[in-house]
Design a protein around this ligand. Structure first.
Ligand SMILES: [Zn+2]
Length: 370
C-alpha cells in the first residue's frame, strides 16, 4: 500500500506551504543520491519525498489528495499507475526549492552543468490469477537488462572537459549569442568510455539476465502498472539505472467474476434444492466454502458474503462475494415427473405469490450499486 504523503514528509495535515517546503528540503538533502551513492533505499525515499512534494506543493493537487487520497492520482489503466516521477522531473523541481540552478553541486537543476544520465526503462507483463491478486504475491521474473560490464573504465570527456556542456556561439540579428548546450560527445555526463571489454556495447554495457523479485500488493487491477525502481537498464559511468515497469494482467477465473473489489458467483441449484433448502459448495479466492440455502429460496436471490471479495488496494477493507442464486429448470422430464407437475399446475403452493417485502431483482441491484 502506498504511504501517506504527509507521513513521507513527516508533517501533519494542517502544515502550511512553507512548512511543506521546509520538510521536503530536509528530506531531499538527507536522501540525495550524491550523499548516498549506490543506496537504493535512499534513492527510493528521495523519490517518494519528491512525489509527495509534487502533490502537496500544488494547491489543486493537494486539495484533491486531501479529499480522495492516492486514488485521486491513480485511475488504474496504462501509464497512470504508481509514482510517475523520474529523476529528471525531480531535479527540475529543485529550481524552485533551492533557488537558482546550482543548489546541488553539479547535479543539473534548471540550468545545465553535468547531468547524470538515466538508463532506459524496461517493461514486462505479469499474469496473475484472481487468487494471487486477492492474497498479494511475490513474483520472480527473469529480466534481460543492460548492466555496466566489468572492466569498463571512464575518463573525462575531451570535448567538454568534464563540464557536460558546450558553449555555442550563434550569429543573430541581435549580435553574437552565446548559449550553453549539453555536450553531445558524452550526453552531458562529462564522462567518456576509456576502456571496455569485448562484448560490451558502445556505452560499455552488456546484457545480463537477472531474476528480479516483484512484490505485488493485494488488490491490483488489470492494466495497472507497478514500478520497480532501479531494475531497468543501467546507464554508463555515474548514471543511474532506469526502472522496471510491470504491467498487471488479470487472468480470467473459471467461476468468479470481478467487479472492482467485489466478486460475483453464479450458483445453480435444482428445483428440489430450492424447495427443500440445504447447503452448497461454492468457489472463493481462498478455496471452496459451503453456504446454507434456505428452503423456498427464490431464483435471483443474491447472498452477500461480506469480506470474501478482493482487498482494496488503498487499504479500505475488503470487497464482498455476491452469490447469485439461479434455480435450474429441468429441460426434460420423465413421463412420471410430467404427471407430477401437471398435477401441481393448479396447486396453490406452486403459484407465484411474491411478498411485498421481497424486492424485485432490479431494485436489489439498484441498491447494491447506489
Ligand atoms: Zn562531454
Amino acid at each position: 500500500m502506498k504511504e501517506d504523503f504527509y507521513d513521507i514528509l513527516g508533517i501533519s495535515k494542517g502544515a502550511s506551504a512553507s512548512e511543506i517546503k521546509k520538510a521536503y528540503r530536509k528530506k531531499a538533502v538527507q536522501y540525495h543520491p550524491d550523499k548516498n551513492p549506490g543506496d537504493a533505499e535512499a534513492e527510493e525515499n528521495f523519490k517518494k519525498a519528491a512525489e509527495a512534494y509534487e502533490i502537496l506543493s500544488d494547491p489543486d493537487k493537494k486539495a484533491r489528495y486531501d479529499q480522495y487520497g492516492h486514488q485521486a492520482f491513480e485511475n488504474g489503466g496504462g501509464g497512470g499507475g504508481f509514482g510517475g516521477m523520474n529523476m529528471d522531473d525531480i531535479f527540475s523541481q529543485f529550481g524552485d526549492i533551492f533557488g537558482g540552478g546550482g543548489g546541488f553541486g553539479g547535479f543539473g537543476g534548471g540550468g545545465g552543468g553535468q547531468r547524470r544520465s538515466k538508463g532506459s526503462n524496461l517493461r514486462i507483463r505479469v499474469k496473475l490469477t484472481l487468487e494471487e491478486i486477492a492474497n498479494g504475491v511475490e513474483k520472480k521474473v527473469k529480466v534481460k537488462r543492460k548492466v555496466q560490464a566489468d572492466g569498463t573504465t571512464y575518463k573525462t570527456c575531451g570535448t567538454c572537459n568534464g563540464s557536460g556542456q558546450v558553449v555555442r556561439i550563434t550569429n543573430t540579428i541581435l549580435g553574437r549569442m552565446q548559449t550553453a548546450a549539453p555536450c553531445n560527445a558524452c550526453g552531458g555526463s562529462g564522462q567518456q568510455i576509456d576502456k571496455k571489454p569485448n562484448g560490451a556495447d558502445a556505452q560499455g554495457l552488456i546484457v545480463n539476465e537477472e531474476t528480479v523479485s516483484i512484490k505485488i500488493p493485494a488488490g491490483v487491477q488489470d492494466g495497472m502498472q507497478l514500478k520497480v525502481s532501479g531494475k531497468g537498464n543501467e546507464a554508463p559511468g555515474n548514471g543511474f539505472a532506469g526502472d522496471l515497469l510491470v504491467a498487471i494482467e488479470e487472468l480470467a477465473h473459471e467461476s468468479l467474476q470481478r467487479e472492482g473489489d467485489n466478486l460475483h458467483y453464479d450458483l445453480y441449484i435444482s428445483f428440489s434444492d430450492a424447495v427443500l433448502g440445504g447447503s452448497k459448495e461454492i468457489d472463493t479466492v481462498s478455496g471452496k466454502v459451503r453456504i446454507k440455502i434456505d428452503e423456498g429460496v427464490q431464483s435471483g436471490k443474491i447472498l452477500r458474503l461480506r469480506g470474501k471479495g478482493i482487498p482494496n488496494l488503498n487499504g479500505y477493507g475488503k470487497g464482498d462475494l455476491l452469490v447469485h442464486v439461479n434455480v435450474w429448470t429441468p429441460k426434460t422430464v420423465t413421463k412420471e415427473q410430467k404427471t407430477f407437475f401437471e398435477k401441481m399446475k393448479d396447486d396453490d403452493h406452486f403459484s407465484p405469490s411474491p411478498e411485498k417485502s421481497e424486492k424485485s431483482f432490479f431494485e436489489k441491484v439498484k441498491d447494491m450499486f447506489s
